[in-house]
Design a protein around this ligand. Sequence first.
Ligand code: PEP
Ligand code: MG
Length: 595
Amino acid sequence: MPHQQPQPKPMQMLKGIPVSPGIVIGRVFMLGEAETHVPRRELEAVEVDLELQRLDEAFRAAMADLVVLRDRTEQQLGREAAKIFGFHLGLAQDPALLGPMRDRIRRDRANAESAVADGFKLVTEQFKSIGNEVFRQKANDVLDLERRVLGKLMGEEESRLSALSEPVIIVAHELTPSQTAGMDRKRILGIATDLGGRTSHTSIVARAIEIPCVVGCQRVMERVEDGDLVVVDGDTGVVVVRPDERTLAEYRLQQDRFSSYRRALRETAPLEACTKDGVRISLLGNIEFPHEVESVLANGGDGVGLYRTEFLYLTNDHEPGEQEQFEAYRRTLELLAGRPCTIRTLDLGADKYTQQRAHEPERNPFLGLRSIRYCLHHRELFKTQLRAILRASAFGPMKVMFPLVSTIMELRQAKMILNDVCEELDEEGIAFDRGIQTGIMIEVPSAALLSRAFADECAFFSIGTNDLIQYTLAVDRGNERVAHLYTGASPAVLYLVKQVIRSGRRAGIDVSLCGEIAGEAIYTMLLIGLGLRTLSLVPSQMPLIKRVIRSVDIPHCEQLARRVGSFDSERQVLNTLRDELRKIDPDSFGGWIAE
Ligand code: PEP
Ligand code: MG
């Protein structure tokens, strides 16, 4: 029989949600859990020995864990209960299991993960086919051991990643915000995930570190293999798997166009964010880490409008203490050199941090013990942070902002605790800004609806549309299945935004907006027209937003806001906003415009 060459796999196009702009072309690096995905690839001849070693080490490490588990179980529950691990250990040393796996690596040049998965599959099927309940049960134990061994192999992702000689495109089912925050731009070209939404924190972080990213592709993990060539188009949300020559050439052209467009925009960064009729709009940066201040300044920002302090928790393997937090805040102020900084108290919970640590995970995390609720519940943690903030306030202009406030009592409690901390510092003779302003994020409909009452007890509001949209429309901001329903163009959301601005104006307090729509050019005219004069956004979007601001005048924006206020569908709102932007700046569409 003639030897048949394997057919090359065809090109595939996937559509996801574009969340961080730019086009990148590179090889896939799959990040995945052992249960959800096993990377398969053919080894080079020189890799075979190393792969056999990896296999042996993974088994050795799994067995070491099993011995610890067996001994602990025997101590706590007795010898009978510990027998289960005896079976696992026996199986892990069985040449009938390991032999075929080694063969697959040697003979077929399969990588260790796929050799392990195939070897275990065979054994599981044998157990199942015996047709006896006891053996069927054993099949579950086999699965358990498989997960353990694969976990050892795939847990080495970090070191595999650092050993790569060329930068890669990360493909994953889902990434946590902290995984994304830890990514190194020199090694990671782009990201594509199955899950996620435009304002999930993973997306926000990808945008902040300027890694092109498409989320919500639903089945990208299934369609690619480690090492495949892919294109990630963070502008349109397209992921092309194994592109053909023509497609590649087209994307390379677009890549060049995008780069020169961004370069041209960057040059305008130092210009004033002033409308044509001379009204200055303050552009502040949203940051997660102190070093991002450099990006705020390089992009022409006036300061920091939202410092998401919880990221210090997310990227640490320990709980940061007062001194560590204080140093991060002081560093931020030093980098800002006299420019203002609004620091948000810990917004832990929901998709951030507490879930992994909770004994009893939240059943409905976005409606659970998160943000200010979590802080009021964990008072010592809250006080530690407030002490760090107040101590840092002696080093530059700073405001304190409480997230996710939904009742007036929460605000009062938070302010009371802040007062207690002020008194403590006073007694200890520690310097801090006694006139520090406190305000809240308006990101829950109840706070928006009661904004008149809140305005009497706050120095400022910052409208957090990321959450306000999700709570007003009952749409999970991180869920790709309902992403089509998640939009800031919703007349209901815009109605609330308008009420908040009105309440703030009536009470004479500052109102800004720090949700992601502040960095989306189609909303700029509308937000100015609604009366906002301060926007806080991801630094990389500042030049584009500045360009829009410099091309419009206030009466035009106000007229647009009035017109949009009369619409009752998000489609109408979006179409109008898009048309208006196109009129003033047709070039913007060469760049990144969401929605
Ligand atoms: C918001 O909800 O709009 C916001 C800015 O906060 P975060 O995205 O951190 O929830
Ligand atoms: Mg929020």
